[in-house]
Design a protein. Structure first.
Lengths: 387, 387
């Protein structure tokens, strides 16, 4: 099978490297602005226009690795309309445009696979979809953002501030120069949407899912969690509650016996709960050139070999409703607003701020309170605490 | 596709239940001594002789769930010679007879799949084989015996004795009435052989792999580990060292940051290390009616759909050599024999016995010393300690 790689950054070049060891697979064209540094020996493969790839009848499959939404959406549609299969690690594209892309794929008799879009090197979506063949999945959850996990783990290990650890994450290449999507939780949001839709066969949207990230966490929060034997992780969460699903992104505190507490540096741990299989978790590298690159090529091989296990099969229309999902929260805030007053359980003053442990309260209620506190310009942070 | 289930115990009946929700799959016959209790409503499916299944041209695939080696081997060969595919969760059979069965399958143009033989409900072997499509695997390791993990975890949690926790494991159905294969490590051995052969594409034998189980661990060992912040787990271990592989089964002590330390009750955690993908771990139920039953049906669906990802593809002839694998050990023994004297690092007396931390020593050397201590009739226990 001849394939093209569109976009030759970290993941695109990783996919190229990973393809080299696979028999019967040939990277026949690469779309990039000029010949990539270090790849002068394959200068002949580089193309300047997507049309060179769209119009090449020998290319059966296109790996989209540009990132973003609008340009890749246009390119992917063009390629599918020309009868080419698509593999993409692009979570933004899949989260925002899956229905449209899926319909286009069906109309053209081609496939679109996106296992690396959630979990990077971890075959999470593939196994999630495979589990659905024999089981009903009732929940998915997990640490799916390596940047945030690196920062939180480093803060727990060192006691350092968020800002210092963000700088270190950038130095190590774990965080991008603009880390907003990671630390504010929107990257985790996209993976939540894709995972929930794959798990439950539905089509929830990004705008349905409340998100609270880690950008306002402080060393004093982490110090307090440490004293309680708790570890903070940014989590995607989605589960079935009757006819609706709860779906949300928030920091969560774990006790020492939880696997999540042992997930160090930039690793991911992603879990499904099935009626038959029970709790099944996957741990590994959620990003990076070779882990993600090989996952791209796994999807390519699946398409080549007719293994169809990475599509979302929409069969239900669940609405997102976070009122039935109830647990306690830790809140640190500069002022106790009326919106949280009703559900405060324990309140202590600490260095001019308040530390609150709430009564069990719904996720909907807490995230709404978070929105109000943000609007009031309060300094605050919150994290879920289990039952 | 019409299938038959041969042997209708925990896993056989679990496979039956799991098959009910899969469209296009029909359990057409069950081999069992009489109609199983609770299954009177499908009495017509029960057969008394394997020949009823072998000679039924409508049956395309046979699930072997009898257990043991000789009888299932005979039945499986008969079925394959009659052109039927095989799915089996039988680790004893696959570990002992894979080459012969694989050759028979090839000769008859049928397939034999065995994902649930190692990892129960965890799609471990499937993903291990899938990873090999794009990656070179350098190591596999893991907690693969739920009975031992239940006992060790319960000892750590309660401080109770091995014998008491073994009794409790039997009461809960986690241990069989004869638990020797679990606690002496032979169950873990079989999964080590199957996993190593799948990972490395080779054909090591059970007799090549030294095994040390947990049947001589005492509450005083666990208490000591607890004081050091260490947790004891029984581990399968196999890794590539140049032209050979190390492969062995032994208890291993983990620090609090290791995922293995957080694996509670009867769960499993199994890990591969790939050149591209890095460390990838799978956590879940390694046994049980529905987890293992659904894994059987996953293999059935794969065969039906032409997804060929659970075979061992033998391409290398690695010899087992445990001399290159070197780490420290904890030893508790009633006497310090010459065989361990050379590599003792720290020795302390404790209640008439000795607690030893060794210098880094090869696995070959330690297991040989264990054999000598056993021959001398010494009371002792040892566990690996990492570097």
């Amino acid at each position: 099978m001849k394939i093209a790689i569109v976009g030759f950054g970290v993941v695109g070049s990783g996919a190229y490297e990973a393809a080299q060891s696979v028999k019967g697979l040939e990277v026949a064209a690469i779309l990039n602005k000029g010949v990539a540094k270090g790849y002068e020996h394959i200068a002949g493969l580089f193309r300047n226009s997507i049309d060179d790839i769209v119009n090449d009848p020998e290319i059966d499959l296109v790996v989209e690795a540009i990132g973003g939404v609008d340009l890749p959406r246009e390119y992917v549609m063009k390629c599918m309309n020309a009868g080419k299969h698509i593999v993409t690690p692009n979570k933004n594209l899949i989260s925002a445009c899956y229905e449209e892309l899926s319909a286009c794929a069906k109309a053209n008799g081609v496939r679109i696979a996106f296992t690396p879009s959630s979990g990077g090197g971890i075959p999470w979506l593939f196994n999630l979809r495979r589990t659905r063949r024999t089981d009903r999945i009732s929940a998915v959850r997990g640490i799916v953002n390596g940047t945030c996990n690196y920062i939180l783990d480093a803060m727990h290990q060192s006691g350092a501030s968020f800002d210092d650890m963000l700088v270190k994450a950038k130095e190590l290449g774990y965080a991008e120069s603009n880390p907003a999507a990671d630390i504010e939780g929107t990257d985790t949001l996209r993976k939540t949407v894709i995972s929930a839709n794959t798990a439950f066969g539905t089509s929830i949207k990004e705008s349905d899912v409340p998100v609270y990230g880690i950008d306002s966490i402080k060393a004093c929060d982490i110090e307090y969690f440490g004293k309680l034997g708790l570890t903070c992780r940014l989590m995607m969460n989605a589960s079935i509650h009757g006819d609706s699903v709860s779906a949300y992104v928030e920091p969560v505190l774990f006790g020492p016996d939880a696997l999540e507490a042992s997930v160090g540096t930039n690793n991911n741990l992603i879990t499904l709960v099935g009626d038959c299989v029970g709790t099944l978790s996957f741990y590994g590298q959620g990003a990076g050139k070779m882990p993600t690159g090989q996952s791209v090529i796994q999807d390519v091989i699946d398409i080549r070999d007719g293994i169809n296990l990475s599509a979302i099969e929409t069969s239900a229309d669940y609405k997102v409703d976070n009122t039935a999902e109830v647990h306690r929260y830790y809140i640190r805030c500069s002022e106790i607003l009326p919106c949280i007053e009703n559900f405060c359980d324990k309140v202590e003053e600490y260095r001019g701020a308040y530390r609150v442990i709430t009564k069990p309260v719904s996720v909907a209620c807490m995230h709404e309170a978070g929105r109000e506190m943000r609007e009031e310009g309060l300094a605050f942070f919150f994290a879920g605490m289990g039952e």
